[in-house]
Design a binder for this molecule. Structure first.
Ligand code: NAP
Length: 480
C-alpha cells in the first residue's frame, strides 16, 4: 500500500476549476514529498466556474486565473483537457495509474423547486442560463426566450443577483465583457424591463455578499427598487441579527433600506426585491404567464435559525420568465459513493468514505463544491482544498496510499488511440491566445470560442498529432 518516497508521488486531480487548481498548487508547492500532478478536465478549457460561472461583468474576480497560471507553470504539472471520467475512462482505470485521485468536479445542476409548472417554457434554471451567457460549450445551442417584460428570479444568493443583473445590463455594459457573443446578441434584443428577486425568508437572511448587492446602485440603465415595507424587520429577524452579529447580513439590510429610501431615478429597467414569499406554482397556458407565491412568516427552529413558514396567503405575480436560482447539485460519478440528498460525494474532511462502513477509500479524495456543497466564494476553495491535500499527505506519510499499477502516459496514449481528443496545457494556451487576440480587436478581454469543435480544433491544431477530434456527444454515441 505504500508509495516509494524516491519516486514522485503521482496524483490525478479531476476538475480544473478553482478547487482543482488550489489542490494542485498545494501539492506541488509542499516539500514533504516530491509530487507530480495531472489535472484532468472534461472540457478543453481549464478554470471551471471562473470561466463558465463568474459573471462577465466581474472581470476582477476572474483575474484569479493568474494564480492558476503560476500553478500550471510549476514543474510536475500537466493538464489533460477533453477527458471525462465516467465517459472516456472509469475511476478504476484512472486510479490504477496514480497513488491518489482527487475529485474536484463541482456541482453543475440546478436544484428544483418541485412545484407545478416548473417545466413550462419560459421557466429556466439559473445554472443553464449562467453557463449559456458564459459560453460553456454544452450550452452553445441553448435558446432562451427573453421577450417577456417581467422576470422573476427565485432565490436570494449571489447567483440570483448575477442573473438579475445580466437581464438588465445595457448593451454597452455587456459589450466590453467576455460574455458569449450569442448571449450578447440575444440580451440586446431582450424585452426584460423588470426583474423581481424573490426571497423565501427576509432581507436579514439573504445570502448576498455586500459588494454584489451594493453594485446594483451603479448600473447604467437599471435601478434597485425596494418597497419600504419589505425591509421592516420582524421581531425574529431583529433578535436574530443582534444575536448572530452577522456583519454581512447587517450591511445587506442597510443597503436594502437605502434602496427603499431612494427616490426612483427613472431608469428604464428595475430590479425589485420582494421577501418572505415562496413560489407555489408557475402558471401559464403554453408558456409562463405568472407565478403564484405564498407569503411566509419567520419562525425560529430548535437550532436557532429563522425558517420560513407559509401563512396560507397567496398572490399572483404576472411574469413571462422565471429563473430558479436556489442552489446547485452535484452529479454522481460511477464507482464513487454519492450522497444524493446533499448532491455531494461522501467524505470525511476530504477523504472519500464508504457510506456504510464510514471507512476511507484508499487514495481517493474530494475537494471544492462536490465535497462541501455549493457555498462560499472562490477563495473558500483554497481552504477546502488544503484540508483535502493535508489528508492526502498524512495518508502518504502513513503508507496508506495504493501503489499505481499502470503508467499515466500509457493511459493517455490509450485514450488518444480511442479517439479521445486530449488537450494539453499548450493546447489551452493556444485557445487562450486566440480568444484574447479576438478580444483585443473589439476592446474586450477575450471573445470566447463556444463550440466543442472549434475549441478542440484550436487546441489540437497546436498541440496534437494523431486522430481527428470528435466532439464529446459524438464520442458518447460512438461508445454506446
Ligand atoms: P446560495 O447563496 O446558497 O443561495 C441560494 C438561495 O436559494 C438562498 O437564498 C436560499 O434561501 C434560496 N432557496 C433555496 N431553496 C429554496 C426554495 N425551495 N425556495 C425558495 N428559495 C430557496 O447559492 P447561489 O446563489 O447558487 O450561490 C452559490 C455560491 O456561489 C454562494 O456561496 C455564492 O456566494 C457564490 N457566488 C459568489 C459570487 C460572487 O462572489 N460574486 C457570484 C455567484 C455565486 P434560504 O437561505 O432560505 O435557504
Amino acid at each position: 500500500m505504500s508509495a516509494s518516497h524516491e519516486q514522485p508521488v503521482r496524483v490525478a486531480i479531476v476538475g480544473a476549476g478553482p478547487a482543482g487548481f488550489y489542490a494542485a498548487g498545494q501539492l506541488l508547492g509542499q516539500r514533504r514529498a516530491p509530487v507530480r500532478v495531472d489535472l484532468y478536465d472534461r472540457l478543453a478549457t481549464p478554470h471551471g466556474l471562473v470561466r463558465a460561472g463568474v459573471a462577465p461583468d466581474h472581470p476582477k474576480i476572474k483575474s484569479v486565473t493568474r494564480v492558476y497560471e503560476k500553478t500550471a507553470a510549476l514543474p510536475g504539472f500537466r493538464f489533460f483537457g477533453g477527458i471525462e471520467v465516467g465517459r472516456d475512462l472509469s475511476h478504476e482505470e484512472l486510479a490504477s495509474c496514480y497513488h491518489a485521485v482527487i475529485y474536484a468536479v463541482g456541482t453543475g445542476a440546478d436544484r428544483r423547486l418541485g412545484i407545478p409548472g416548473e417545466d413550462l417554457p419560459g421557466s429556466y434554471g439559473a445554472a443553464e442560463f449562467v453557463a449559456w451567457y458564459n459560453g460553456h460549450p454544452d450550452f452553445a445551442e441553448r435558446r432562451f426566450d427573453l421577450s417577456a417584460e417581467r422576470a422573476v428570479v427565485v432565490g436570494n444568493g449571489n447567483v440570483a443577483l448575477d442573473v438579475a443583473r445580466m437581464l438588465v445590463l445595457s448593451y454597452e455594459e455587456l459589450a466590453v465583457t467576455d460574455i458569449a457573443d450569442h448571449a450578447l446578441e440575444q440580451l440586446r434584443e431582450a424585452g426584460v424591463r423588470e426583474v423581481i428577486v424573490l426571497g423565501r425568508r427576509g432581507p436579514a437572511q439573504a445570502s448576498f455578499t455586500n459588494p454584489e448587492l451594493r453594485e446594483l446602485a451603479d448600473l447604467q440603465q437599471a435601478e434597485a427598487v425596494v418597497d419600504p415595507t419589505e425591509v421592516e424587520l420582524d421581531p425574529v429577524s431583529r433578535e436574530w441579527l443582534e444575536r448572530a452579529g452577522d456583519a454581512t447580513a447587517k450591511r445587506n439590510v442597510e443597503t436594502l433600506a437605502d434602496y427603499a429610501a431612494r427616490t426612483p431615478a427613472g431608469k428604464p429597467r428595475r430590479i425589485v426585491f420582494r421577501f418572505l414569499r415562496s413560489p407555489v406554482e408557475i402558471i401559464g397556458d403554453r408558456r409562463v404567464e405568472g407565478v403564484v407565491v405564498e407569503r411566509n412568516e419567520l419562525v425560529v427552529g430548535t437550532d436557532g435559525v429563522p425558517r420560513a413558514r407559509p401563512t396560507g396567503v397567496r398572490e399572483r405575480i404576472d411574469a413571462g420568465l422565471v429563473f430558479r436560482s436556489i442552489g446547485y447539485l452535484g452529479a454522481p460519478l460511477p464507482g464513487i459513493p454519492f450522497d444524493a440528498r446533499r448532491g455531494t460525494i461522501h467524505n470525511d474532511r476530504g477523504r472519500v468514505t464508504d457510506p456504510t462502513s464510514g471507512l476511507p477509500l484508499p487514495g481517493v479524495y474530494v475537494a471544492g463544491w462536490i465535497k462541501r456543497g455549493p457555498s462560499g466564494v472562490i477563495g473558500t476553495n483554497k481552504r477546502c482544498a488544503q484540508e483535502s491535500t493535508d489528508r492526502l499527505l498524512e495518508d502518504l506519510a502513513a503508507g496508506l496510499l495504493p501503489q499505481p499499477r499502470a503508467d499515466p502516459d500509457q493511459l493517455i496514449a490509450r485514450l488518444r488511440a480511442r479517439g479521445v481528443p486530449v488537450v494539453t496545457y499548450a493546447g489551452w494556451q493556444a485557445i487562450d491566445a486566440h480568444e484574447r487576440s479576438l478580444g483585443e480587436l473589439q476592446g474586450r478581454p477575450r471573445v470566447k470560442l463556444v463550440r466543442h469543435e472549434e475549441l478542440l480544433a484550436r487546441a489540437l491544431g497546436s498541440s496534437r498529432q494523431g486522430t481527428p477530434a470528435q466532439p464529446p456527444a459524438q464520442r458518447a454515441q460512438a461508445r454506446g
